[in-house]
Ligand binder design. Structure first.
Ligand code: NAD
Length: 491
């Protein structure tokens, strides 16, 4: 059963759909989707639960989320296995990154729940004492993508409920498995029915109805920029708060003083992780000309060493992409680039033999492409890295920023001035120096430009899920306040 509504698992009332395993192309399960009526029931349940949950003390909510963290931790192996089965990502990634990251997130938000603070308590105007309250918003409608299904469920659910909201989450219809396991841990942790609801279905039916729903006070969306733009438009009809985490096309800037061995390892790891289906993945390498050949040769060498195979096998470095159709889309970018003169220094094809039935694609390095070519400009969301040379530092920064996106970027250098400049001038929500990919629960994740707005993780995201209220109390018992002179001139 793929719906979790008001504390119970149930069948959806919508259409049946086949979920296919990306490793073999075989049907893994039939999912009965939710329909708009199921969304209405889930929202009503979240609305009912809000009255009580929003009144729990921060300490009570913290205890419940800590129990949730423990439940998640106890079920780590199962969560990792389901995450790998539904996405095709390697078990090493699920078990070493997705699951522990989510447990750590839960532990962080258990603590953060006790630290929601207003800033003011004082007299800022004559006779009035002001205070700032940070209040839960109400029912949050969240929509998540398929690339890190468990982590996305955590990023959406945890700050929302820590701040006292209730939530209806729609996972990607391709990957509901670990969101539903997450719901089981919510139940086991004793979080009241209705605080967390999961509805599984398509974006067009279930997602859009959630965004449109008048009782949903805020929409939190992670996904592509095109769908994010559409959602923002739909949400405008009810003028609800929108939080958007969208696409990326992260630059990877290598200056001539960088440790090339470290940069090459960093580039391969950061472009291949999760088969490149990572919104912060390194996608555009810009390399200072004098080290271009050395860097690209080493990256190609390292990419060729990446072992593709059964995602459940611990020896596998890289599993599949999410679907065969997506693999073909990624391959299409590379083939069209070849057509306009690109050279492929590594990969550029799906593996044959026993892996040919799966949605695999080899790590790929593409050179001799123009800055304005499709493969450099568009989000591919596959294990494909382009590399272009640059001459002056100014040119490197300009090329890195020459994109509609602004989610993440990295610069590789030992020079303090270059590091500071990169941190200052690269236009993205995260800038790494001599690193690319790692994130931590304490620090915010979110974009600039067409990568969206709003922050996930950290206390910044907790604040996203609150309304700021100014309460002012006037203790003077006089009928005529000083400012009334403006209105009552004759008194
Ligand atoms: P997508 O935009 O196609 O879908 C995301 C979610 O939106 C899915 O649950 C989908 O069912 C739903 N959806 C689709 N159409 C909808 C509609 N009309 N109304 C409401 N919901 C709708 O994205 P995807 O292919 O699942 O994921 C890949 C994208 O996600 C990439 O662009 C990637 O960069 C982005 N992403 C961003 C971040 C971030 O933190 N910025 C993190 C992960 C993924």
């Amino acid at each position: 059963m793929h719906q979790f509504i008001d504390g119970h698992f149930r069948m959806g009332s919508g259409d049946d759909a086949k979920r296919v395993t990306p490793v073999t192309g075989e049907i893994a399960e039939i999912i009965r989707y939710a329909n708009t009526g199921d969304v209405d029931v889930a929202v009503a349940s979240a609305k009912r639960a809000f009255d009580d949950w929003s009144r729990w003390t921060p300490g009570e909510r913290s205890d419940a989320i800590q129990r949730l963290a423990t439940e998640l931790s106890c079920r780590s192996d199962e969560l990792a296995a389901v995450e790998t089965a539904q996405t095709g990502k390697s078990l090493r990634l699920s078990a070493g990154f997705d699951v522990p990251g989510t447990v750590d997130n839960a532990t962080f938000f258990a603590g953060a729940a006790r630290h929601l603070q207003g800033l003011a308590a004082g007299e800022y105007g004559a006779g009035g004492t002001s205070m700032i309250r940070r209040e839960a918003i109400g029912v949050v409608g969240s929509i998540a993508p398929w690339n890190y299904p468990l982590q996305m469920a955590g990023w959406k659910i945890l700050p929302a409920i820590a701040a006292g909201n209730t939530i209806v989450l729609k996972p990607s219809e391709l990957t509901p498995g670990t969101s539903l396991l997450f719901a089981e841990t919510v139940k086991a942790a004793g979080i009241p029915d209705g605080v967390v609801n999961i509805v599984t279905g398509t974006g067009a039916v279930v997602g859009e109805h959630l965004v449109r729903h008048p009782d949903v006070a805020m929409v939190s969306f992670t996904g592509s920029t095109s769908v994010g733009r559409h959602i923002m438009g739909v949400a405008s009809a009810t003028a609800k708060r929108v939080h958007l985490e969208l696409g990326g096309k992260a630059p990877f800037l290598v200056f001539d003083d960088a440790d090339i061995e470290a940069a090459a390892h960093g580039a391969v790891a950061a472009s291949v992780i999760n088969a490149g289906q990572d919104c912060t993945a390194a996608t555009r390498a810009y390399i200072q000309s004098s080290v271009f050949t050395e860097f690209t040769a080493r990256v190609a060498e390292l990419m060729n060493q990446v072992v593709l195979g059964d995602p459940a096998d611990p020896r596998t470095d890289l599993g599949t992409l999410i679907t065969h159709a997506h693999r073909d889309r990624v391959s299409g970018f590379v083939e069209r680039a070849r057509g306009y003169g690109a050279r492929i220094l590594a990969g550029g094809h799906a593996p044959g033999g026993e892996l040919s039935a799966g949605a695999f694609y080899r790590p790929t390095l593409v050179v001799d492409v123009a800055q304005d070519s499709e493969i450099v400009r568009e989000e591919i969301f596959g294990p494909v890295l382009t590399a272009l040379p640059f001459n002056s530092d100014d040119d490197g920064i300009v090329l890195a920023n020459d994109t509609p996106y602004g989610l993440a970027a990295s610069a590789w250098t030992h020079d303090l001035g270059r590091s500071l400049r990169a941190g200052r001038e690269l236009q993205s929500g995260c800038v790494w120096i001599n690193e690319h990919i790692p994130i931590v629960s304490e620090m915010p994740h979110g974009g600039f430009k067409a990568s969206g707005f709003g922050k996930d993780m950290s206390s910044y995201s907790l604040e996203e899920y609150t309304n700021v209220k100014h309460v002012v109390m006037n203790g003077e018992q006089t009928a005529h306040k000083t400012w009334h002179d403006i209105i009552f001139s004759k008194q």
